[in-house]
Each structure stands twice: as structure tokens, then as C-alpha cells.
Design a protein around this ligand. Sequence first.
Ligand SMILES: Cc1cc2nc3c(=O)[nH]c(=O)nc-3n(C[C@H](O)[C@H](O)[C@H](O)COP(=O)(O)O)c2cc1C
Length: 406
Amino acid sequence: MQITRKVTDDITWVGCNDRRLALFENLFPIPRGVSYNSYLIQDEKTVLMDTVDSSASQQFLENVAYALKGRDLDYLIVQHMEPDHCGTIVEVMRTYPQAKVVGSVKALQMIGQFYDVSGFDAEERMMAVKEGDTLATGAHTLHFLMAPMVHWPEVMVTYDEKDKALFSADAFGTFGALNGKLFSDEVDFEGEWLPDARRYYANIVGKYGVQVQALLKKAAAVDIQMICPLHGPVWRSGLSWFMDKYDKWSRYEPEDKAVAIIYGSIYGNTENAADALASRLTDKGVKDVKMYDVSRTHVSELIAEIFRCSHVVLACSTYNGGIYPPMADLLEDMKALSVQNKTVALMENGTWAAASGRLITAKLEEMKNITLLDTKISIRSALQNGRETELDAFAQQIVEEMQDGE
Ligand SMILES: Cc1cc2nc3c(=O)[nH]c(=O)nc-3n(C[C@H](O)[C@H](O)[C@H](O)COP(=O)(O)O)c2cc1C
């Protein structure tokens, strides 16, 4: 059965939902699934914007055929060559032998890297475009804007002048299957989708803040009334709210005055100290305090929380003279994803020679604009009663630092 939805009179969503994939990029858990969006523009010419993962090819080809209503396909625009979007290119080329494949030079080159397209006449079937090129399809004129490293080097986005729609590739995408609801205004986006949108951004695109900022600048120069990303809901209202989130995330600015306490604890004593700190912070009026066990929370969730929160407390046991391994993994990921502009406070634990505080400090020093608070809580096995005043001062320093920034 075909599953399509109208986006505008001329644009139809012909994408697919995947609720079976456990790990996106074989890395990120997606309990809410994911959508592979593709759009068909029906004008004097017909244009397909990207394809879908090969696992969804059957559903996708059915959707496209249904939406075309017997017409031929003139163009397939390839904005991004990651296999979750390009996985059905060859099938589309075979099914629609008239269709020309349009993409950046790099994208067209990657088609040949991923797939055997030696049987196709490249001259006939491929059309390279560059920054500022346009494609007139009748009433619609499509403008191609290069967006390298958002989030691969070949990426471009496409602006449709008539419907004022930005086909934004992976930008403005999110994890989560579309359960019949295509538009962000048909769901409780802030309540139900924002955490996954943030997790998608921080982990997938987070490293490329500078490139996202460059794309936002290009986007600001055109009148965008609609955003059609390759994953998740389409935006036809409230665009500025979501663009503002993107602006914040890509400038590595925290969204909320909040404290994320992330603890690595083998036997529970470091956890106990983190818990005691959370109570004190709450006592002192900090509303948004969250605790996360680094061993039990997927690193992609922790990265998303670190992007969101202004303040982070890392509480960690020493392990074989080093940082407790899952905390060490988190720190590697923070660096890889360019985490910056955070205020961090440390609690360390060791039974004979606590080293985690010093080692975490060294890791944080490799990152940009991390403010490390002066006081550190150092624990010998367990935080004993009698250290309340010290813990209180530690909490107070975090509170005052939060107020300073206001
Ligand atoms: C395998 C292992 C290695 C450890 N290595 C160290 C170490 O190198 N230095 C140290 O002071 N404590 C070491 N510890 C002790 C932990 O830091 C200890 O679990 C901690 O002090 C108690 O806090 P926790 O209950 O949060 O784990 C080690 C513990 C384990 C299980």
C-alpha cells in the first residue's frame, strides 16, 4: 500500500519510515524509529528530491509510482550521498530511464564509489551543479546552495522559489518515525520530538557548527516558508523557533540554565556524592538538575544533554590509575563533537590514589572554552558525614556561577 502525503499542491512526501532499525549509523539507538524523507515535485517537469535507505526501496518505489500517476520522472536530485538517502538511486535510475541525476560534482563521484553505475551513460544521465545554479521545471525554479560538511562534503541544499521551500538535506532533521503526522505542527514537537532532534543534531551534525552557521547565513538571505529535511517532520510554521535552536546549537551556546550531573561509579559511593550534590543544588533553588549514570545512559543522550545544559558536573571513580572507562569514552566524544562553552565542576573518587580529577581536567583542557570551577571534591572511597560544609560550598560555587551569567 502506498503511503504519501501532500506537502503543497505540487510537492508530495514520498518517503518511508523505519521502525525496525535498532542503531542509526550502527551507533545511535533509535527507539522511536526514523524517517527517510523524499519529496516529489510535480511541475511541467517532475523532480524527485533524494531517495531512501535500500531497506525501504520497495515501499519507496511504490510511493513514487503512485504519486507520479503514470508520468515519467525527469530529474532525481541527490543532495546527500549517505546510504540512508542514496540507497535507492540505482533502482530509480533503472525504473525511470529518462531521469537525469542532479548533484554536486562530489555527490556524482560518490555514486560511482558506492554503486556500479558503469551500465549507465554518465553524459546522458548525470548533471553536475554548483553553488548558485538553478533548474527551472516550469512554475518552479530550484536554486542549489552548497552546504559542505553539513554533514558530508558533497552536501547541497535546494531552495524552491515558488513554494518558498528549503530542501535542507540532513540539516533540521531528527530521529523519530513519522506516525502519519508529516508536519511539525501536527505533533507536540517541543514535548515529544525536541530531545531526539537535539540528540540528532549534537551527535550527527554537532561537530560542524561552523558549517551550519554558514548554511544559516545563506538561508537568511532567502524567504523560507517551509523546511523539508531528510529526516523527521516538515516545518511550515514555527520555523524561526527551530532555526533559533539550530543557531544556538551550532554556536555551542547552552539552551538552558541547567546542571547535568554525570557520574561514573563502580560501587555506588561516587553516585552517593553526586546525589548529595543534586539535593543541595535543588535546595539552593536550581530548578533544572538532572543526574545521569555514565554506565547506563547512551553516550548520545549524554552529549545531547551536555549541548543543552549550561553547567556540567562530572563525578568519577579512578580506575586502574585512569578515568573510569565509560567516562573516558564520554570525554573523547565531547572532544570529537567539539563541545565548548561549558562550565564544568569535578568530583573525583579513589580508594588509594585518586587520579580521575587530574586526568579529566587534562582532557577538558583539550576542548574549547571550558570553564573549570576552582573547587573540586576529592573523595577517598566514600563521602563521609562531616564534609557537609565542603559539599555545600561546592554547590554554592555552582549556583553563584549560574547567577553570574544572568
Ligand atoms: C578495577 C578497579 C580499579 C580501581 N583502580 C583504582 C585506582 O587506580 N586508584 C584508586 O584510588 N582507586 C581505584 N579503584 C577504587 C575505585 O576508585 C573505587 O571504586 C572508589 O574509590 C569507590 O567509589 P565507587 O563506589 O563510586 O566506585 C579501583 C576499583 C576497581 C574496581
